[in-house]
Design a protein around this ligand. Structure first.
Ligand code: MRU
Length: 345
């Protein structure tokens, strides 16, 4: 396969490399992800993370395994193992459905390679379209708040919510970005604060629990988040803490926007209650780990509830900003995300 280089994925010498998102921003380590076991382990540990990136990394790996001689039956098994690597972000399943189709072709090696590269190129274009559509919703002088990380690290392109913010910033409309640190794994504090600073966008970090006070002080003009799965009624699964922001936004009359590509839509999932929510290890809540090692503050054997995502009901969302344009609450309520209503899905 040709050499490929995005912010957090590389293909070179027919091997897949990922930028370790657990070590950022202190260290920029590129890790080999050229076997199913290696990539699944990186996905579990969130060294590769973000809904679009998970799907793209799995697709690229399948194509590389085919090019490196793996037989069709084994590729088929590998595809199913990769599909089960994380349950919530539907981009993984949607991308792998397309790879599965390519695997049925007579010349499946070339077909898998072409499809994986197409998915990467498409994702870049989807990000650009989302940014264009979303930036029109950003008022001049905006102070926006974002949660988790939705930038170039999490996609092949400029990102989703961060893509919108970055374009609006270049248009002179962003005064400041409030960055939720995003407990427990700190994607905001570690990744978004770093990415925004690299882009030269003024940003200020807050603990998740500070968002309410910030809104009460009228310091937030809009909230922009990404998505891991959008159900047929418009309910959105995204990083844990997103739902609380949406509730707070409604109370404080602040617009709450979700930015996502159509690869995040799941028209076959009727509503948020049917979205599988990943439960994660207790140690992520009993302490924190990073390039400094593991620090635990909770008592030994503390009982923990640690869902990686929550569901924001459609009724709290001011607009779904897709690559195909902005879906209004009225359109969502009228069935925009239902299978037959949207030809793009
Ligand atoms: O657990 P993570 O870090 O993979 O969760 C990521 C998110 O929730 C993002 O908001 C979502 O995947 C969109 S990334 C463009």
């Amino acid at each position: 396969m040709q050499t490929l280089h995005t912010t957090s994925l590389q293909v070179r010498d027919n091997q897949l490399w990922i930028l370790d998102q657990q070590a950022l921003p202190q260290q920029k380590n590129w890790l080999d992800a050229s076997s199913v076991a290696a990539l699944v382990s990186h996905i579990h540990a969130l060294r590769v993370r973000g809904a679009p990136l998970i799907g793209l990394s799995a697709s690229l790996l399948l194509a590389l395994l085919a090019e490196n001689g793996m037989p069709k039956s084994e590729l088929s098994q590998a595809l199913e193992v990769l599909r089960a690597a994380r349950p919530t972000a539907v981009n993984l399943m949607n991308n792998l459905d397309r790879m599965k189709q390519a695997l049925t072709q007579e010349n499946f090696v070339a077909a898998l390679s072409a499809e994986a590269l197409r998915l990467v190129e498409e994702d870049k274009a989807l990000c650009d379209s989302i940014a264009l559509a979303g930036s029109e919703l950003v008022a001049p002088g905006s102070r926006v708040l974002t949660h988790c990380n939705t930038g170039g690290l999490a996609t092949a392109g400029v990102g989703t919510a961060i893509g919108v913010i970055a374009l609006a910033f270049r248009q002179g409309k962003i005064e400041q970005v409030w960055v939720d640190e995003t407990r427990p794994l700190l994607q905001g504090g570690r990744l978004t604060a770093w990415e925004l600073s690299e882009l030269g966008i003024p940003n200020r970090l807050i603990c998740d629990a500070m968002a309410a006070a910030l809104m009460a002080q009228k310091q937030v003009d809009a909230i922009w988040v990404g998505a891991d799965r959008i159900a047929a009624n418009g309910d959105v699964a995204n990083k844990i803490g997103t739902y609380s922001l949406a509730v707070l936004a409604r109370y404080h009359h602040i617009p709450f926007y979700v930015a996502a590509p159509h690869t995040t839509l799941d028209p076959h999932c009727p509503d948020g209650s049917a979205i599988p929510i990943e439960q994660r290890a207790a140690c992520e809540v009993t302490g924190v780990s990073g390039s400094f090692g593991q620090l635990q503050w909770a008592p030994e054997n503390a009982q923990v509830w640690n869902p990686a995502f929550d569901v924001t009901p459609a009724g709290l969302i001011s607009g779904w900003v897709l690559d195909t344009g902005v879906v209004t609450p009225e359109e969502a309520a009228a069935g925009y995300f239902q299978p037959r209503a949207n030809k793009a899905i």
